[in-house]
Design a protein around this ligand. Structure first.
Ligand code: COA
Length: 334
């Protein structure tokens, strides 16, 4: 229920992203699976994705994205009060990946925890972190969306493995004063637990701990109902965009850049066409990275800032949906 529109006064100090060096192309799949570059490009928009090798897993990727954000901002890690990682593919089952980042960056004065919201993980983390800053106790937060989906993808399942890649995106944010007009003007977060088994990993948790049977049945890999997820994503993405803009009193043409979670080009395009945004207002980098889950929005935001499409003063709309089911939005005046 929405009681009021609540502005979260945060300033963006820096961004960063990290992806593994190894590229896996559609043709690499076609060598051993019944699929083709044409099919994958036409149905998803993906041409290649990055796959982690040893030393490039969730914590190292998160750490390098976080370090890049700190370096760009010129902020000492000791000034960070909070490290949050949005991830569903943590470095180890516990402790939190955020604690690895805490150690490896030397954020010695920060609290650290993970948020599990799949592809909505970056936005869930950004909004949670911004709320902590708004609360007034803390000033500076490092927010990282990161996933190594290659580690939970079943490379024998052509209906899902072709979609995913690995990567991390980070933002460093600081509490701002309400009067400077910057910050998250409006946000929305949703979940629908009825969809838990639409996209999930059946084993490896407490319900089905790892054993010979779970391994033999490939239950440590994700299971996805692609068609149902597709329908959910198309309708929810359009709805949340319209709702966020309408409630904030912002017209679509006032938004400078939309950075959507990169799940499938057709899903993103259907939202763009419905709202009537020109192509150049919607970030698309899925052809290079595939779906990096919680990594995608932070990667996209960093790329847009580095190439000048997003700068100080820009009004950006971030929108994501994913397993859970979860979906979220943030309208951010930079
Ligand atoms: N290569 C070739 N054929 C494939 C294939 C592949 N990689 N994957 C599936 N197919 C086949 C199917 O087996 C099916 O064949 P059939 O008709 O003989 O049964 C046919 O292609 C159509 O399958 P369908 O599932 O209807 O395709 P689609 O157009 O819906 O595309 C997805 C499949 C997975 C790309 C699409 O459903 C999707 O993107 N869903 C959303 C997934 C998502 O975003 N997940 C993450 C959420 S954050």
């Amino acid at each position: 229920m929405l009681d009021k529109i609540e502005r979260l006064p945060v300033r963006l100090l820096g961004t960063g992203h990290a992806v593994p060096s190894r590229v896996m192309t559609n043709n690499d799949f076609a060598k051993y699976l019944d699929t083709s570059d044409d099919w994958i490009v036409e149905r998803t928009g993906i041409r290649e994705r990055r796959i982690a090798t040893d030393g490039e897993t969730t914590a190292p990727l998160a750490t390098s994205a976080g370090r890049a954000a700190l370096v760009e901002a010129g902020i000492d890690p000791k000034e960070v009060d909070l490290v949050i990682c949005g991830t569903v593919t943590p470095e180890v089952p516990f402790p939190a990946t955020a604690c690895f980042v805490h150690r490896d960056l030397g954020c010695v004065n920060a609290a650290a925890f993970d948020i599990s919201a799949a592809c909505s993980g970056f936005l869930y983390s950004l909004i949670t972190g911004s709320k902590f800053l708004q609360g007034g106790t803390w000033k500076t937060a490092l927010i990282i969306g990161v996933d190594c989906m290659s580690r939970v993808s079943d490379y024998q399942d052509r209906g899902s493995c072709i979609l995913f890649g690995d990567g991390a995106g980070a933002v460093l944010i600081r509490r701002a004063s309400l009067s400077d007009g910057k910050g998250i003007l409006h946000h929305r977060m949703y979940a629908d637990g009825k969809g838990v088994e639409m996209l999930y990993v059946p084993a490896g948790g407490t319900r089905r701990p790892a054993n010979e049977q779970t391994v033999a049945a490939r239950e440590h890999y994700l299971r996805m109902n692609g068609r149902e997820i597709y329908k959910f994503a198309v309708s929810r993405m359009q709805e949340i965009i319209e709702q966020t803009l309408c409630e904030a009193g912002v017209r679509p043409e006032q938004v400078d850049m939309v950075i959507p979670h990169q799940s499938n080009l057709r899903i993103i395009e259907s939202a763009r066409q419905r709202i009537g945004w020109p192509k150049e207002k919607m970030l698309i980098n899925i052809e290079r990275y595939g779906n990096t889950s919680a990594g995608s929005i932070g990667i996209g935001l960093d790329e847009c800032r580095k190439d000048g499409r997003v700068k100080e003063g820009s009004l950006i709309l971030l929108v994501a949906f994913g397993a859970g089911l979860t979906w979220a939005s943030a309208l951010w005046q930079l």
